[in-house]
Design a protein around this ligand. Structure first.
Ligand code: UDP
Length: 329
Protein backbone atom coordinates (compact mmCIF):
# COMPACT_ATOMS: atom_id res chain seq x y z
CA UNK A 1 0.00 0.00 0.00
CA UNK A 2 1.18 3.56 -0.72
CA UNK A 3 1.36 5.32 2.61
CA UNK A 4 2.21 8.99 3.03
CA UNK A 5 4.16 9.43 6.26
CA UNK A 6 3.91 13.00 7.54
CA UNK A 7 6.84 13.62 9.85
CA UNK A 8 8.60 10.58 8.40
CA UNK A 9 12.04 12.08 9.12
CA UNK A 10 11.38 12.28 12.86
CA UNK A 11 12.11 9.69 15.52
CA UNK A 12 8.96 7.56 15.46
CA UNK A 13 8.09 8.44 11.84
CA UNK A 14 11.44 7.26 10.48
CA UNK A 15 11.14 3.94 12.31
CA UNK A 16 7.65 3.52 10.90
CA UNK A 17 8.94 4.20 7.38
CA UNK A 18 11.51 1.45 7.86
CA UNK A 19 8.89 -1.01 9.15
CA UNK A 20 6.57 -0.12 6.26
CA UNK A 21 9.37 -0.98 3.83
CA UNK A 22 10.09 -4.25 5.63
CA UNK A 23 6.39 -5.14 5.42
CA UNK A 24 6.37 -4.56 1.66
CA UNK A 25 4.50 -1.23 1.65
CA UNK A 26 5.53 1.90 -0.25
CA UNK A 27 6.11 4.84 2.11
CA UNK A 28 6.30 8.41 0.85
CA UNK A 29 7.74 10.93 3.29
CA UNK A 30 6.66 14.53 3.85
CA UNK A 31 8.65 16.45 6.44
CA UNK A 32 9.52 20.13 6.84
CA UNK A 33 12.77 19.14 8.59
CA UNK A 34 12.09 21.53 11.48
CA UNK A 35 12.96 18.68 13.83
CA UNK A 36 13.37 15.75 11.44
CA UNK A 37 16.61 14.60 9.82
CA UNK A 38 16.96 14.06 6.08
CA UNK A 39 19.54 11.36 6.88
CA UNK A 40 16.95 9.25 8.67
CA UNK A 41 15.06 8.59 5.43
CA UNK A 42 16.61 6.14 2.94
CA UNK A 43 17.54 7.62 -0.44
CA UNK A 44 15.15 5.38 -2.37
CA UNK A 45 12.05 6.66 -0.54
CA UNK A 46 10.19 9.54 -2.23
CA UNK A 47 10.83 12.57 0.00
CA UNK A 48 9.06 15.95 -0.04
CA UNK A 49 10.28 18.83 2.08
CA UNK A 50 6.92 20.47 2.70
CA UNK A 51 4.59 21.74 5.39
CA UNK A 52 1.50 19.64 6.02
CA UNK A 53 -0.42 22.90 6.40
CA UNK A 54 0.29 23.75 2.73
CA UNK A 55 -2.98 22.32 1.46
CA UNK A 56 -2.39 22.82 -2.27
CA UNK A 57 1.02 21.16 -2.10
CA UNK A 58 -0.33 18.28 -0.02
CA UNK A 59 -3.21 17.66 -2.43
CA UNK A 60 -0.72 17.65 -5.28
CA UNK A 61 1.59 15.17 -3.51
CA UNK A 62 -1.28 12.89 -2.44
CA UNK A 63 -2.58 12.78 -6.03
CA UNK A 64 0.78 12.47 -7.74
CA UNK A 65 1.87 9.59 -5.50
CA UNK A 66 -1.54 7.93 -5.62
CA UNK A 67 -1.57 7.68 -1.82
CA UNK A 68 -4.07 5.35 -0.15
CA UNK A 69 -3.49 6.19 3.50
CA UNK A 70 -1.74 8.76 5.67
CA UNK A 71 0.21 8.27 8.88
CA UNK A 72 0.72 11.51 10.77
CA UNK A 73 3.73 11.96 13.08
CA UNK A 74 4.47 15.62 12.35
CA UNK A 75 3.90 17.32 15.69
CA UNK A 76 5.73 19.20 18.41
CA UNK A 77 6.10 17.05 21.52
CA UNK A 78 7.72 19.02 24.35
CA UNK A 79 5.35 19.39 27.27
CA UNK A 80 7.28 22.28 28.88
CA UNK A 81 7.52 24.19 25.60
CA UNK A 82 3.79 23.72 25.05
CA UNK A 83 3.11 25.43 28.38
CA UNK A 84 5.26 28.41 27.35
CA UNK A 85 4.16 28.61 23.70
CA UNK A 86 0.58 27.31 23.43
CA UNK A 87 -0.18 29.12 20.16
CA UNK A 88 2.77 27.40 18.50
CA UNK A 89 1.44 24.03 19.69
CA UNK A 90 -2.17 24.67 18.66
CA UNK A 91 -1.01 25.92 15.26
CA UNK A 92 1.32 23.05 14.53
CA UNK A 93 -0.43 20.15 16.23
CA UNK A 94 -4.07 21.07 15.66
CA UNK A 95 -4.45 23.67 12.88
CA UNK A 96 -1.85 22.09 10.58
CA UNK A 97 -3.43 18.67 11.14
CA UNK A 98 -6.81 20.06 10.06
CA UNK A 99 -5.08 21.33 6.90
CA UNK A 100 -3.67 17.87 6.24
CA UNK A 101 -7.08 16.26 6.74
CA UNK A 102 -8.69 18.79 4.40
CA UNK A 103 -6.08 18.00 1.75
CA UNK A 104 -6.76 14.28 2.22
CA UNK A 105 -10.49 14.74 1.72
CA UNK A 106 -9.89 16.82 -1.40
CA UNK A 107 -7.58 14.15 -2.80
CA UNK A 108 -10.00 11.36 -1.85
CA UNK A 109 -7.70 9.73 0.73
CA UNK A 110 -9.78 8.23 3.51
CA UNK A 111 -7.46 6.27 5.81
CA UNK A 112 -5.66 8.05 8.59
CA UNK A 113 -3.38 6.92 11.39
CA UNK A 114 -2.69 9.43 14.12
CA UNK A 115 0.06 9.65 16.75
CA UNK A 116 -1.71 10.47 19.95
CA UNK A 117 -0.39 10.17 23.47
CA UNK A 118 -1.09 8.90 26.96
CA UNK A 119 -0.77 12.59 27.91
CA UNK A 120 -4.40 12.90 26.77
CA UNK A 121 -5.40 11.08 29.97
CA UNK A 122 -3.70 13.48 32.39
CA UNK A 123 -3.24 11.95 35.83
CA UNK A 124 -4.93 8.53 35.88
CA UNK A 125 -7.16 7.54 38.78
CA UNK A 126 -5.96 3.94 38.66
CA UNK A 127 -3.46 1.74 36.83
CA UNK A 128 -2.89 0.16 34.36
CA UNK A 129 -4.65 2.47 31.92
CA UNK A 130 -7.28 1.29 29.47
CA UNK A 131 -8.64 3.19 26.48
CA UNK A 132 -11.92 4.08 28.23
CA UNK A 133 -10.19 6.11 30.95
CA UNK A 134 -11.37 9.73 31.17
CA UNK A 135 -9.26 12.10 29.08
CA UNK A 136 -8.28 15.16 31.09
CA UNK A 137 -4.92 16.45 29.81
CA UNK A 138 -2.90 18.63 32.17
CA UNK A 139 -0.87 20.57 29.57
CA UNK A 140 -1.33 22.20 26.15
CA UNK A 141 0.52 19.38 24.40
CA UNK A 142 -2.04 16.85 25.66
CA UNK A 143 -4.87 19.27 24.86
CA UNK A 144 -3.80 19.61 21.23
CA UNK A 145 -3.63 15.83 20.80
CA UNK A 146 -7.03 15.35 22.41
CA UNK A 147 -8.48 18.10 20.22
CA UNK A 148 -7.33 16.20 17.11
CA UNK A 149 -8.82 12.96 18.48
CA UNK A 150 -12.17 14.73 18.89
CA UNK A 151 -12.02 16.13 15.36
CA UNK A 152 -11.20 12.67 14.00
CA UNK A 153 -14.20 11.21 15.81
CA UNK A 154 -16.42 13.84 14.19
CA UNK A 155 -14.93 13.19 10.75
CA UNK A 156 -15.49 9.47 11.15
CA UNK A 157 -19.07 10.08 12.31
CA UNK A 158 -19.59 12.11 9.15
CA UNK A 159 -18.36 9.10 7.15
CA UNK A 160 -15.44 11.10 5.77
CA UNK A 161 -12.55 8.94 7.01
CA UNK A 162 -11.63 5.79 8.87
CA UNK A 163 -8.88 6.27 11.43
CA UNK A 164 -6.81 4.75 14.21
CA UNK A 165 -5.39 6.95 16.96
CA UNK A 166 -2.54 5.46 18.96
CA UNK A 167 -1.92 6.73 22.46
CA UNK A 168 1.79 6.20 22.95
CA UNK A 169 3.41 5.61 26.27
CA UNK A 170 7.22 6.18 26.35
CA UNK A 171 8.66 5.45 22.91
CA UNK A 172 12.25 4.29 23.28
CA UNK A 173 15.06 2.36 21.60
CA UNK A 174 16.31 2.34 18.03
CA UNK A 175 16.22 0.18 14.91
CA UNK A 176 17.73 -3.23 15.51
CA UNK A 177 20.19 -2.92 12.61
CA UNK A 178 21.51 0.38 14.02
CA UNK A 179 20.55 2.28 10.86
CA UNK A 180 18.38 4.92 12.55
CA UNK A 181 17.75 6.10 16.09
CA UNK A 182 16.70 8.87 18.42
CA UNK A 183 18.15 12.35 17.87
CA UNK A 184 16.13 15.12 19.49
CA UNK A 185 17.38 18.65 19.90
CA UNK A 186 17.14 19.47 22.72
CA UNK A 187 17.06 15.96 24.16
CA UNK A 188 14.72 15.64 27.13
CA UNK A 189 14.05 11.89 27.28
CA UNK A 190 15.39 9.77 30.05
CA UNK A 191 17.08 6.89 28.19
CA UNK A 192 19.19 8.96 25.75
CA UNK A 193 20.09 11.39 28.55
CA UNK A 194 21.21 8.55 30.82
CA UNK A 195 23.26 7.01 27.98
CA UNK A 196 24.94 10.35 27.24
CA UNK A 197 25.69 10.92 30.93
CA UNK A 198 27.26 7.46 31.24
CA UNK A 199 29.21 8.08 28.04
CA UNK A 200 30.71 11.30 29.44
CA UNK A 201 28.88 13.52 26.95
CA UNK A 202 26.82 15.30 29.61
CA UNK A 203 27.13 16.22 33.23
CA UNK A 204 25.25 14.14 35.80
CA UNK A 205 21.70 13.09 34.97
CA UNK A 206 19.14 14.83 37.12
CA UNK A 207 16.54 12.57 38.72
CA UNK A 208 13.35 14.60 38.83
CA UNK A 209 11.90 13.63 42.20
CA UNK A 210 12.80 10.81 44.55
CA UNK A 211 9.85 11.27 46.88
CA UNK A 212 7.00 9.88 44.81
CA UNK A 213 4.75 7.20 46.24
CA UNK A 214 6.36 4.47 44.18
CA UNK A 215 8.51 1.52 45.32
CA UNK A 216 11.83 3.41 45.01
CA UNK A 217 10.44 6.95 45.12
CA UNK A 218 11.05 7.72 41.41
CA UNK A 219 8.43 7.91 38.65
CA UNK A 220 7.19 4.80 36.88
CA UNK A 221 6.82 4.79 33.11
CA UNK A 222 6.01 2.30 30.37
CA UNK A 223 8.89 2.17 27.84
CA UNK A 224 7.83 0.70 24.51
CA UNK A 225 10.21 -0.04 21.66
CA UNK A 226 9.80 2.27 18.70
CA UNK A 227 9.71 -0.69 16.28
CA UNK A 228 6.93 -2.33 18.31
CA UNK A 229 5.02 0.96 18.12
CA UNK A 230 5.61 1.16 14.38
CA UNK A 231 4.37 -2.36 13.73
CA UNK A 232 1.06 -1.57 15.43
CA UNK A 233 0.51 1.22 12.88
CA UNK A 234 1.01 -1.18 10.02
CA UNK A 235 -1.40 -3.72 11.51
CA UNK A 236 -4.04 -1.00 11.81
CA UNK A 237 -3.86 -0.18 8.09
CA UNK A 238 -5.88 -3.28 7.32
CA UNK A 239 -8.72 -2.20 9.59
CA UNK A 240 -9.49 1.11 7.93
CA UNK A 241 -11.37 0.02 4.83
CA UNK A 242 -14.70 1.45 6.02
CA UNK A 243 -15.02 5.23 6.32
CA UNK A 244 -16.57 5.74 9.73
CA UNK A 245 -14.14 3.41 11.50
CA UNK A 246 -12.81 5.03 14.68
CA UNK A 247 -10.14 3.11 16.61
CA UNK A 248 -8.22 4.10 19.72
CA UNK A 249 -5.38 2.04 21.17
CA UNK A 250 -2.93 2.39 24.02
CA UNK A 251 0.55 1.40 22.96
CA UNK A 252 2.75 0.40 25.86
CA UNK A 253 4.13 -2.89 27.12
CA UNK A 254 2.14 -2.75 30.36
CA UNK A 255 5.34 -3.12 32.41
CA UNK A 256 6.26 -0.14 34.57
CA UNK A 257 9.92 0.76 35.21
CA UNK A 258 11.20 3.44 37.58
CA UNK A 259 13.76 6.12 36.74
CA UNK A 260 16.25 4.26 38.94
CA UNK A 261 15.56 0.97 37.18
CA UNK A 262 16.27 2.73 33.86
CA UNK A 263 19.57 4.00 35.28
CA UNK A 264 20.50 0.49 36.51
CA UNK A 265 19.72 -0.96 33.09
CA UNK A 266 21.78 1.68 31.27
CA UNK A 267 24.69 0.93 33.62
CA UNK A 268 24.38 -2.78 32.92
CA UNK A 269 24.17 -2.40 29.13
CA UNK A 270 27.01 0.14 28.86
CA UNK A 271 29.12 -1.37 31.63
CA UNK A 272 29.66 2.17 32.98
CA UNK A 273 28.12 4.11 35.85
CA UNK A 274 25.49 6.75 35.15
CA UNK A 275 26.44 9.81 37.20
CA UNK A 276 23.25 11.29 38.65
CA UNK A 277 22.04 13.83 41.15
CA UNK A 278 18.78 14.50 42.89
CA UNK A 279 16.63 17.28 41.44
CA UNK A 280 13.18 18.65 42.24
CA UNK A 281 10.11 17.09 40.70
CA UNK A 282 9.45 18.20 37.11
CA UNK A 283 6.13 20.08 36.94
CA UNK A 284 3.42 18.07 35.22
CA UNK A 285 5.00 14.64 35.78
CA UNK A 286 2.42 12.08 36.98
CA UNK A 287 3.97 9.59 39.46
CA UNK A 288 3.08 6.52 37.40
CA UNK A 289 1.82 5.89 33.87
CA UNK A 290 1.51 2.46 32.32
CA UNK A 291 -0.76 0.92 29.78
CA UNK A 292 -3.08 -1.99 29.63
CA UNK A 293 -2.19 -2.94 26.03
CA UNK A 294 -4.64 -5.85 25.80
CA UNK A 295 -6.98 -4.14 23.33
CA UNK A 296 -4.24 -3.58 20.74
CA UNK A 297 -3.03 -7.14 21.27
CA UNK A 298 -6.51 -8.58 20.88
CA UNK A 299 -7.86 -6.49 18.03
CA UNK A 300 -4.68 -5.92 15.99
CA UNK A 301 -2.84 -9.11 16.92
CA UNK A 302 -0.09 -6.79 18.08
CA UNK A 303 2.87 -8.73 19.43
CA UNK A 304 5.39 -6.98 21.62
CA UNK A 305 8.88 -8.09 20.65
CA UNK A 306 10.61 -6.00 23.33
CA UNK A 307 8.70 -6.62 26.57
CA UNK A 308 11.58 -5.64 28.88
CA UNK A 309 13.89 -2.70 29.30
CA UNK A 310 17.30 -4.22 28.66
CA UNK A 311 16.95 -4.99 24.94
CA UNK A 312 15.30 -1.60 24.42
CA UNK A 313 18.27 0.15 26.03
CA UNK A 314 20.64 -2.13 24.08
CA UNK A 315 19.22 -0.94 20.74
CA UNK A 316 19.38 2.69 21.89
CA UNK A 317 23.02 2.18 22.87
CA UNK A 318 23.90 0.44 19.57
CA UNK A 319 22.68 3.52 17.72
CA UNK A 320 24.28 5.97 20.09
CA UNK A 321 27.64 4.23 20.18
CA UNK A 322 27.91 4.43 16.38
CA UNK A 323 26.35 7.91 16.14
CA UNK A 324 27.41 9.85 19.23
CA UNK A 325 26.51 13.13 17.51
CA UNK A 326 23.28 11.74 16.08
CA UNK A 327 22.58 12.60 12.44
CA UNK A 328 25.05 15.51 12.53
CA UNK A 329 27.92 13.04 12.83
N1 UDP B 1 13.36 12.08 33.96
C1 UDP B 1 14.35 12.38 34.88
N2 UDP B 1 15.44 13.10 34.46
C2 UDP B 1 15.57 13.54 33.17
C3 UDP B 1 14.56 13.22 32.23
C4 UDP B 1 13.46 12.50 32.66
O1 UDP B 1 14.27 12.02 36.05
O2 UDP B 1 16.57 14.21 32.87
C5 UDP B 1 12.18 11.31 34.38
C6 UDP B 1 10.87 12.05 34.20
O3 UDP B 1 10.58 12.81 35.34
C7 UDP B 1 9.89 10.89 33.98
C8 UDP B 1 10.75 9.82 33.31
O4 UDP B 1 12.10 10.18 33.57
O5 UDP B 1 9.47 10.39 35.22
C9 UDP B 1 10.53 9.75 31.82
O6 UDP B 1 10.67 11.07 31.29
P1 UDP B 1 10.74 11.36 29.74
O7 UDP B 1 10.98 12.84 29.58
O8 UDP B 1 11.73 10.43 29.11
O9 UDP B 1 9.30 10.96 29.19
P2 UDP B 1 7.83 11.41 29.64
O10 UDP B 1 7.37 10.36 30.62
O11 UDP B 1 7.92 12.78 30.25
O12 UDP B 1 7.06 11.38 28.38
Amino acid sequence: MKVLVAGGAGYIGSHCVRQLQLAGHEPIVVDNLSYGHRGSVPEEIPFYEANISDRERMVEILRREDVESVMHFAAFCYVGESVEKPIMYYNNNLVATMGLLEAMLEAGVRKFIFSSTCATYGIPESLPMTEDFPQKPINPYGNTKLAVELALRDLANAGSIGFAAFRYFNAAGAAEDGSIGEDHSPETHLIPLAIEAANGQRPALQIFGEDYETPDGTCLRDYVHVDDLSRAHILALEKLNEPGTALFYNLGTGEPFSVKQVIDTVEKVLGKPVPWESAPRRPGDPPALYADPSMAKRELNWEIQYPTLEPIVQTAWNWHRNNPEGYRG
